[in-house]
Design a protein around this ligand. Structure first.
Ligand code: PLP
Length: 323
């Protein structure tokens, strides 16, 4: 297994130039005062299609050879990866098939189709999505792009942290949301190269701490699908590539509760005027908790990756009403 390196992140940056948004790094005087640190928020909720996943998908598809481009890309996802692959395929002029559960939210099905992808539906309760996807991929000669465990996806995701550190300067801490670990491992490649002293934390939902368990056990631990509002991090296990990088380069994996995520959503809405999805609040929630537990040194320079902003508005309002 050949792990991607920081050179791959740099190459991904060049491929994304002119296609991905260079998202803003925002500050908040209120956050700095309240939690006694200097926060640098990398706002991937403002990325194309609303989440960092565009970076990894576009980088992977941009590397296809001519035959792969003709046949196109296939992915299974009901979340942000679906839209990321669909949009990247359209921009690169290739076909895309996204395998989605037939009971996926109508808005997500519509958004994926709007980006020009063919949506193939399956029954979550009776059918195996991976088997369906593999069969379609074989029949049509399409290339399967997984949501996180792929060197080109990891390298693409790493470009967000690269931009953050280039803009903010060296950081003391970097907090990153962790589902399957694509964003965390890519961020770690960038941070280890650009800010070697920086402490890097992946953040999982408390109910789904498979990555934390994996680090402790020294092997990939699998769990049942966790119950959490962080739907972008409801993964059951880290990947082979992502685990290897996280184990080598990440200082630790910590967790945040659903209540902390709602508090984060409220802070971003009230104070920074931005809509962030529950999963996108994991990193900030953990940084705030560290400050409150006094494990974050005063005035530390803390990078926080705000990973995405795709949340159904009715659900968003309902979650805020619970906080
Ligand atoms: C996919 C996703 C994550 C988790 O990313 P991984 O690479 O699977 O760890 C976090 N936040 C958002 C918004 C996502 O879409």
């Amino acid at each position: 297994m050949q792990l991607p390196t920081y050179d791959d992140v740099k190459a991904a940056s060049a491929r994304l130039e002119g296609h991905a948004h260079r998202t803003p790094v925002l500050r908040s005087a209120t956050a700095d005062t309240r939690w006694g640190a200097q926060f640098f928020f990398k706002c991937e909720n403002f990325q194309r299609m609303g989440a960092f996943k565009f970076r990894g998908a576009f980088n992977a598809l941009a590397r296809f050879d001519a035959a792969q481009r003709r046949a196109g890309a296939i992915a299974f996802s009901s979340g942000n990866h679906a839209q990321a692959v669909a949009l990247s395929a359209r921009l690169l002029g290739m076909p895309a098939v996204i395998v989605m559960p037939q009971d996926a939210p109508a808005a997500k099905l519509a958004a994926t189709r709007e980006y020009g992808a063919e949506v193939v539906l399956y029954d979550r309760f009776t059918e195996d999505r991976e088997a369906i996807t593999r069969q379609l991929a074989a029949e049509r000669g399409m290339t399967l792009i997984p949501p996180y465990d792929h060197p080109d996806v990891i390298a693409g995701q790493g470009t967000a942290a690269k931009e953050l550190i280039e803009e903010a300067g060296a950081l003391d801490y970097l907090y990153v949301c962790c589902g399957g670990g694509g964003l965390t491992s890519g961020s770690a490649l960038a941070a280890r190269a650009l800010a070697p002293e920086c402490k890097i934390y992946g953040v999982e939902p408390e109910a789904g701490n498979d990555g934390q368990q994996s680090l402790r056990a020294g092997r990939i631990v699998r769990i049942d699908t966790p119950q959490t509002i962080a739907d972008g991090a409801q993964t059951q296990y880290l990947g082979n590539y992502t685990f290897a990088i996280i184990r080598r380069d990440v200082d630790d994996i910590v967790t945040a509760t659903d209540a902390q995520l709602v508090a984060g959503m409220r802070f971003f809405a009230e104070r920074m005027k931005m809509v962030v999805e529950p999963t996108g609040c994991l990193a900030f929630a953990a940084a705030c908790a560290a400050s409150e537990a006094q494990t974050l040194p005063k005035n530390a320079r803390v990078g926080v990756i705000v990973s995405g902003g795709n949340v159904d508005l009715a659900r968003y309002a309902a979650l805020l009403a619970t906080g």
